[in-house]
Design a protein around this ligand. Sequence first.
Ligand SMILES: Nc1ncnc2c1ncn2[C@@H]1O[C@H](COP(=O)(O)OP(=O)(O)OP(=O)(O)O)[C@@H](O)[C@H]1O
Ligand SMILES: [Mg+2]
Length: 368
Amino acid sequence: MDASDIYIGLMSGTSLDGIDVAAVSFDPTLKLIATHSEAIPKPLKQNILQLTQPGHNEIDLMGSVDVELGKLFAQAINSLIHNEGLNKNQIRAIGSHGQTIRHRPEFNYTLQIGDANIIAEATGITTITDFRRRDMAAGGQGAPLVPAFHDTVFRSPEHDRILLNIGGMANLTYLPAAPKHEVLGFDTGPGNVLMDAWVLHHQNSPYDQHGAWAQSGHCDLPLLNKLLQLPYFHEAPPKSTGREQFHLDWLTQQVEPYSTSPVDVQATLLELTAQTVVNAINTYVPSTTFELFVCGGGSRNNALMARLQALLPNNNVCTTDNAGINADWMEAAAFAWLAKRCLEGKSGNKTSVTGARGERILGAIYQA
Ligand SMILES: Nc1ncnc2c1ncn2[C@@H]1O[C@H](COP(=O)(O)OP(=O)(O)OP(=O)(O)O)[C@@H](O)[C@H]1O
Ligand SMILES: [Mg+2]
């Protein structure tokens, strides 16, 4: 491999289940070279969660979390380099998404933290971060940013494809086979975030393994129908969302007028994720013959995957593993790609997705 062929993508998503690091090369096609997952210590996770909602002394808390995350991101990257025996000279750049603590497109701001100065200093590698705000400055949602990557690595000339990432939130990318048709992409709503919050509260478990707890209950239709009325689900794209909308207090308020048992709420939340995805596809995707490829942690939830397939009986539903890209590392790989685009002076957004006025080079560069 030539020098400086490798890009490292670092993703710390809304689920706070861990920091994903992927070393990838793109010559000539995407290749996953090495991966590493770094746990987020519980007190740090608590502080991040606190920062996702308005609260006391936010700036001081943000400052300390920004530093702590910068150090943890650098540690995660250095661990991957060390464990895999990679040579730093082979690594051209790091693309760090950062930890979202607020995403408020309605006020034209989005905030990801995890100081890239610290990452560049502690790794000795050029680091790119702050990918979303240039798109917002150009009038876009700043999200989702993965569709341009999906377009590059996943588009098929023969088949219409949909890529669905089920992380904390769920976002989809429609990749039409015909090159002249536009790529679509937007957040459909909650992915795992509500299910995770509910199972943590009631079962003290960070997530519902394979949706087994949800499957032992029954979907409460009146509650589901109430949740489905949320205006977000009926807004036309471009749109994106986050923990500001979907969090435990909001969910508790929604559930309160109903006498639904906790297990039935969990079943209802799983159905909510499945139905909002499929409703979004049926409403906005102009193809009925697509294949649906799922990535992100939700793709490991068998019960959720089964519901998606049941709601789309005429389409093949599978994980991106089936197309040769490990579903657990797609998002991290996307930020490695975005780092490459930035250094090459090429755009990283899709105006048909984010609604920005034009394509823009995304990210700020912190030199090695
Ligand atoms: N075996 C499994 N069964 C059920 N759910 C799972 C399983 N494995 C992972 N998950 C879910 O996936 C979540 C993590 O997904 P992921 O890392 O893709 O999301 P994320 O960190 O929010 O990323 P992003 O914001 O980039 O989408 C976990 O919190 C959990 O809810
Ligand atoms: Mg994650």
